[in-house]
Design a protein around this ligand. Structure first.
Ligand SMILES: Cc1cc2nc3c(=O)[nH]c(=O)nc-3n(C[C@H](O)[C@H](O)[C@H](O)COP(=O)(O)OP(=O)(O)OC[C@H]3O[C@@H](n4cnc5c(N)ncnc54)[C@H](O)[C@@H]3O)c2cc1C
Length: 509
């Protein structure tokens, strides 16, 4: 896979200035660059990426079977038709992104191996100064920009989340987190224990089952899964009719979004019925004698966590075949041979995989400062889940957690371009989302409310995230069907966005 080279250590270290600096070359950063290029062609921009290639999530994760858990018609960009199977491997997603990068000539705009360490805003200059560490160089770089487009995702890429269990050091075999998968891990003929039952575990278990002697999925509590064929009937039919791919992409996206809306509505209006249907899906694969009640009957409401699609019911098929099994219990302690459960049962293993999720990361762990003062994001309010109170000229792409992430990345792409054009028309240099005294006096709400969506990584770190207020625009609905109309219509002159001019001449332009 071709990638723009990391700039050599001898590259000049004088500050480089662009209109817009995009942080992260994952699906959001590459998408943002495409929107900017198309809608604001006069703006100069660069993408800074810590890794040695594009892809973000799809480059970081290298565990067996790594694939999307949502369909690529909606996880793919609005502007680039997806032509493969709906649920795609990481490699297929990287190939898709590579095509986008090549078609749009983005390679020259990306700087790989560039880790952003700090970003300081000067109101006098209406300028962000961004300090970067480069791989293979002790010489840090400085970039300046008018607008910072944060596309660094929402979790720490360096290391996944592993709970603290007693006795972990006693276990004799390897303990592996899927986020740091060792390329040479040999699990052929071995007994593997996977701790966790989220989308990652549901991918790993069937992918590893064939090669290992047995694989066990150990969960504290069950998860909802949606089994189904990894094909889209409507797309297949439209292709048979030789409908152009651009049309197929749009039509199939609309159909999937329509169907998902129905599921989302039902999860609020008739959760019990939806829950019964999902559980019946498990029963259909696992047979009447399987204890579905214990292992596949979650306690939460469907859609309070992402509903992972399992292509062709592969997880259930692995369990039904006997190559894999599921245990619902809690860990008392690790032992030399495996884990001892609270029930007294011991699970023996040669390898333990901790599919226990990731750690939320607030704005790429970058040290932010505004006019010399360190910025604490947990004290800020979000403006429609895009901008932040008191933080000038900065947007963060936080995508959807139920619907595909990219649906929101596209909406934010349009919004940022609209805002930049609006500022140009007004002849202003800065925009600062600003709460009124009345709004500040009202009780704050968490960035994402627990009752709406409640996976562990959000629970653990919500106190670090910015807040929501009581009313629009200080809210983040996390609902595509609301925001698809609201974000494009958002009033840029409603008084909550305060515009201004720089006081000093620009350092670089
Ligand atoms: C295993 C897994 C599977 C998932 N599957 C789905 C799915 O099927 N559907 C879905 O909608 N969502 C899914 N998600 C959520 C997923 O993270 C997003 O959908 C999406 O890929 C995020 O894209 P992004 O570009 O915003 O961020 P990321 O993919 O996280 O990319 C961010 C990039 O920014 C870089 N970066 C971060 N900090 C810095 C810094 N300080 N300096 C420089 N660069 C930096 C990172 O190296 C990374 O390359 C999944 C998540 C995981 C972990």
């Amino acid at each position: 896979m071709s990638q723009a080279a990391i700039k050599p250590a001898s590259a000049p270290s004088a500050p480089q200035h662009v209109d817009v600096l995009i942080i992260g070359a994952g699906i959001s950063g590459i998408g943002g660059a495409c929107h900017l290029q198309q809608q604001c062609p006069e703006k100069s921009f660069l993408i800074l990426e810590n890794q040695t290639g594009f892809g973000g999530t799809w480059r970081t994760h290298k565990y067996p079977g790594i694939r999307s858990d949502s369909d690529l018609y909606t996880f793919g960009y609005r502007f680039k038709p997806w032509t493969g199977k709906p649920i795609a491997t990481a490699d297929a997603i990287l190939e898709y992104m590579e095509e986008v990068i090549e078609e749009r000539g983005l390679n020259d705009h990306i700087r790989y191996g560039h880790m952003v360490k700090s970003a300081s805003w000067s109101s006098d200059e209406a300028l962000w100064t961004v300090k970067v560490e480069r791989q293979g160089s002790d010489d840090p770089l400085t970039f300046t920009c008018h607008f910072l487009w944060m596309c660094q995702g929402y979790y720490k890429h360096a290391k996944g989340y592993t709970p603290e269990w007693p006795g972990v050091d006693r276990f004799a075999g390897p303990i592996v987190h899927p986020q740091n998968w060792p390329e040479d891990l040999d699990y052929a003929g071995k007994r593997v224990l996977v701790i966790g039952s989220g989308a990652t575990a549901a991918t790993l278990v069937p992918a590893m089952a064939e090669k290992c002697s047995h694989i066990t999925m150990l969960q504290r509590s069950p998860t909802f899964f949606a089994p189904g064929e990894n094909r889209n009937e409507l797309a297949d039919m439209l292709r048979e009719l030789e409908v152009p791919e651009e049309w197929i992409h749009e039509i199939v996206r609309r159909k999937i979004l329509h169907d998902m809306k129905v599921v989302q509505q039902r999860s609020f209006e008739e959760p019990e019925k939806l829950r019964d249907e999902l559980i019946a899906g498990a029963r259909a694969y696992l047979g009447p004698d399987f204890d579905v009640e214990t292992h596949f009957t979650p306690k939460y409401r469907p859609w309070q966590q992402r509903l992972a699609f399992i292509p062709d019911g592969d997880l259930y098929k692995g369990i039904a075949s006997g190559k894999a099994s599921v245990v619902t219990d809690e860990i008392e302690t690790f032992t030399e041979q495996g884990v001892l459960l609270k029930s007294g049962e011991e699970l023996a293993a040669d390898i333990i995989v901790t599919a226990t999720g990731f750690d939320l990361c607030v704005l790429g762990d970058i040290d932010f400062a505004i006019d010399g003062e360190a910025l604490d994001f947990s004290k800020r309010y979000t403006w429609r889940g895009i901008l932040y109170s008191g933080v000038p000229n900065m947007a963060w792409v936080f995508g959807y957690l139920r619907t595909s992430w990219t649906m929101r990345a596209d909406l934010i792409g349009d919004f940022v371009c609209r805002l930049l054009k609006h500022m140009d028309v007004k002849g202003v240099d800065m925009v600062v989302p600003t709460l009124s005294a009345e709004e500040l006096a009202e009780p704050a709400r968490p960035f994402i409310e627990k009752d709406n969506f409640n996976p562990g990584y959000l629970d653990r770190s919500m106190h670090l995230m910015p807040k929501q207020g009581q009313r629009t625009p200080w809210v983040f609905p996390q609902d595509y069907y609301v925001e698809k109309d609201e974000i494009p219509a958002a009033d840029l002159e409603d008084g909550t966005l305060v515009y201004g001019q720089r006081k000093l001449a620009q350092r670089a332009s």
